[in-house]
Design a protein around this ligand. Structure first.
Ligand code: NDP
Length: 314
């Protein structure tokens, strides 16, 4: 196994694989580490209807399999493993995998580690983890066939998850903290027209209850207002869909991050504050967070790497 590469790609979402396609077609022989969630966030979604080139839609899983095949076809070496530490102060850069199981040196690195689901921070989320609390409807929805569930959030993800769950469950509560959605109009309309979904606007979650797993949630309506009202709902599953946190912990000693943890890049390039380290996809994008925009960033990063390596004679 090679332990020195010209281009190392960390992460296997649309950004990582697009970078890999471009880097391998430029004969950089990249190695790509898949990370914690091979295929990235799209593998937890159902139908992808807005990736150009698929008029009939495609499942997230199939799309990622196709991208992986395309990267491998041109010579990307895909490895499973999680980056547990990095040393970006030395050249070549040093990267440790699975707590020291493997080490690799790289002349350039593309960080495309994406983002992970956020939780509300309630102790009950930990207490009922795997016993009714989930951040992935497509992964766990099947367990709630003909049961009652709640989804928290008012964005596109929350609407998408609520619609998906409505196809399985008997009833879906959508808990939205504001009096309005943040989601796109088309998703709002689909939710409002689904008879199985009941939207609870201006509701916050205080906690969960249940003997052997979730049996319900304690909510509060119009929290902090004069007409504040406590409401309990009976549910078997509690799904979080309140946004994501960029996966940058392992890089934070070296890379400049914004106040919410996203990697800062010198747009329109993918350059980070360290020469030779580039970032692409959701890990560096708090604004768009789309599969196709992540893929575009991956393309840019690979082109930036190619130019960097040739400028440095590497
Ligand atoms: P968003 O950041 O868009 O929405 C997060 C939602 O969660 C908001 O309604 C927010 O409320 C709510 N929220 C955040 N924190 C809390 C909290 N502590 N308690 C209660 N509610 C909370 O995230 P999404 O994951 O929905 O979407 C991310 C991006 O991905 C967006 O750009 C979206 O358009 C895109 N996307 C597109 C899809 C598609 O096109 N098919 C599918 C899924 C996502 P508030 O509004 O009050 O801040």
């Amino acid at each position: 196994m090679r332990n020195k590469v010209r281009c190392l790609i960390i992460g296997s979402g649309p950004a990582g694989y697009t970078a890999a396609i471009y880097a391998s077609r430029a004969l950089l022989e990249p190695v790509l580490y898949e990370g914690i969630q091979p295929g990235g966030q799209l593998t937890t979604t159902t139908e992808v209807e807005n990736f150009p080139g698929y008029p009939e839609g495609i499942t997230g899983m199939e799309l990622m399999e196709d991208l992986k095949k395309q990267a491998q076809k041109y010579g990307t070496e895909v490895r499973s493993g999680i980056i547990t530490s990095v040393d970006f102060s030395v050249r070549p850069f040093k990267i440790t995998i699975n707590g020291g199981e493997q080490e690799i040196e790289a002349d350039s690195v593309i960080v495309s580690t994406g983002a992970s689901a956020k939780y509300l921070g309630l102790p009950d989320e930990t207490k009922y983890a795997g016993m009714g609390v989930s951040a992935c409807a497509t992964c766990d929805g099947f367990f709630y066939r003909r049961k009652k569930v709640a989804v928290v959030g008012g964005g596109d993800t929350a609407c998408e998850e609520a619609i998906y769950l409505a196809g399985l469950a008997e009833k879906v509560y959508l808990i939205v903290r504001k009096p309005f959605f943040r989601a796109s109009q088309i998703m709002q309309d689909r939710v409002m027209n689904n008879p199985k979904i009941e939207v609870l606007f201006e509701h916050n979650t205080l906690g969960l209850f249940g003997e052997n797993g979730v049996e319900g949630a304690h909510l509060v309506k119009r929290m902090g207002e004069a007409d504040e009202e406590k409401v309990d709902i009976a549910i078997d599953g509690f799904f979080l869909a309140i946004g994501h946190k960029p996966n940058t912990d392992v890089f934070k000693d070296y890379l400049e991050l914004d106040e919410t943890g996203y990697i800062k890049i010198a747009e329109p390039t993918s350059k980070t504050n360290i020469e030779g380290i580039f970032a692409a996809g959701d890990v560096a994008d708090p604004h768009y967070r789309q599969a196709v925009s992540a893929a575009g960033m991956g393309c840019r990063a690979a082109i930036d790497v190619e130019r960097y390596l040739s400028e440095k004679g590497l």
